[in-house]
Write a protein that binds this ligand. Structure first.
Ligand SMILES: Nc1ncnc2c1ncn2[C@@H]1O[C@H](COP(=O)(O)OP(=O)(O)OP(=O)(O)O)[C@@H](O)[C@H]1O
Ligand SMILES: [Mg+2]
Length: 241
């Protein structure tokens, strides 16, 4: 399968703090890859290095055949890379509909009516302001906005954070729907059980290093390893049953 995104031996720093210590990973066309790891493992930093927000000091990034290691983020976005950062940055003072009109419409399967079809909840609330939405609705809005850019690759940073289990399922169903459209998804998650259920492959980061890489189904079967490597607490496991 074609590789759409590759990171090779990335070393990323914040000032003098050396955060990523040689992270190598890849995403192939049409697959969901989950990037797991406990708090502070370097998941967000990996995404930031991939999308050009914090450039790797050593190593290489290749996206859709381009050597993008030092590209500014707008150029990487222009290749068709969508990024939904942690903490759902939506416009609190704009309505749902206005939020959706912010991205420049680009040709592709996703447009506002389709996004409303996918998230009926957003259609019902289209005249509500961003700040009136629940956490789950805000996450849906953040994802919907990224979809309107019709990305080929979508990077999601902890979309299930703070959501009730039933809403997590909704959000993850959407991720599966994206794969059906041929999109490739890199999904950072702390909700290990839910993520490995929908992912094709998994990577686990610890202290800025990849400590596991393999099929998500294989990883999912080894509960002890999941707990040890991804730092999933027992409560978290029950929560997503
Ligand atoms: N802007 C920054 N300046 C300095 N250090 C930072 C900065 N952002 C993150 N770090 C540090 O880098 C390390 C990795 O952080 P990162 O945000 O990538 O982790 P994470 O795996 O996404 O964690 P979480 O699950 O909590 O979101 C942490 O030790 C963190 O304290
Ligand atoms: Mg993070």
């Amino acid at each position: 399968m074609t590789k759409v995104l590759e990171a090779e031996a990335l070393h990323t720093f914040y000032g003098k703090s050396h955060i990523l210590h040689g992270v190598t990973m890849e995403v192939r066309e049409g697959e969901i890859v989950t990037l797991l790891g406990r708090n502070g493992a370097g998941k967000t930093t990996t995404l930031r290095s991939l999308v050009g927000l914090t450039h790797a000091r050593e190593g290489a990034v290749r996206i859709l055949g381009h050597a993008t290691t030092d590209w500014p983020s707008y150029r990487i976005a222009g290749l068709g890379v969508g990024y939904v950062p942690e903490g759902r940055r939506i416009f609190a003072n704009l309505t749902v509909e206005e939020n959706l009109k912010v991205p420049v419409d680009r040709a592709g399967p996703w447009n506002i009516p389709r996004v409303y079809q996918l998230f009926p909840r957003l259609a019902e609330r289209k005249s509500n302001k961003g700040r009136q939405l629940s956490g789950g609705e805000q996450e849906m809005l953040a994802i919907a906005r990224a979809l309107l850019l019709n990305p080929k690759i979508l990077l999601l940073d902890e979309p299930s954070q703070g959501l009730a289990p039933i809403i997590v399922q909704d959000v993850f169903n959407v991720v599966v729907a994206m794969r059906k459209e041929g999109m490739s998804v890199l999904l950072v998650e702390q909700n290990v059980r839910a993520a490995v259920e929908i992912a094709d492959r998994a990577y686990v980061l610890d202290d800025g290093k990849v400590v596991y890489e393999g099929p998500a189904a294989e990883f999912a079967q080894d509960e002890e390893r999941v707990r040890a490597l991804a730092g999933a607490s027992a409560e978290k496991w029950e929560e997503v049953e």
